[in-house]
Design a protein around this ligand. Sequence first.
Ligand code: HEC
Length: 134
Amino acid sequence: MWNLVRLCHSLLKAPCPPQFKLTHYQRLWAILTIGFMLAGLSTALGARSGALERQGRALAERMCARCHATGNSGPSAHNAAPAFRELSRRVDLDSFANRLRYGLVSGHPDMPTFRFSREDARALTAYLRSIQGP
Ligand code: HEC
């Protein structure tokens, strides 16, 4: 902890009482500590969003693949159903999770109305985002 206080002083070039002065070695050590903490945090967040997308992909394959192309390539099984990788051209993905939660209606007689839990809606939307083409 003291190392961090000292590092701040040395980075800010603030006048520092002599007992707070850092040796090069201590400074290196403190920077490494912070670096590792940030790296750990971003790995944890990355793993979390990967799991969400995998869950969303499983939902899409189970519930929607009968008609829609749910992956990165290939045509939809139902020829009127848009491929999921191109969905952002037709629907606003920012509000899509809410549409899934409160009842997604396509206006097409073939497509059933879906109502998702909050968690599933987030997962499916995260997956859809991850596969959108240019
Ligand atoms: C039985 C076939 C079928 C299933 C199952 C199905 N869809 Fe569809 N979906 C369609 C068809 C057909 C359309 C084209 C509707 C149109 O063009 O009006 C469509 C259109 C859509 C659209 C575009 C709506 C718009 O406003 O442009 C979205 C989004 C969508 N589906 C999401 C889903 C999701 C998510 C699932 C699974 C949870 C799903 N669909 C399951 C047949 C289906």
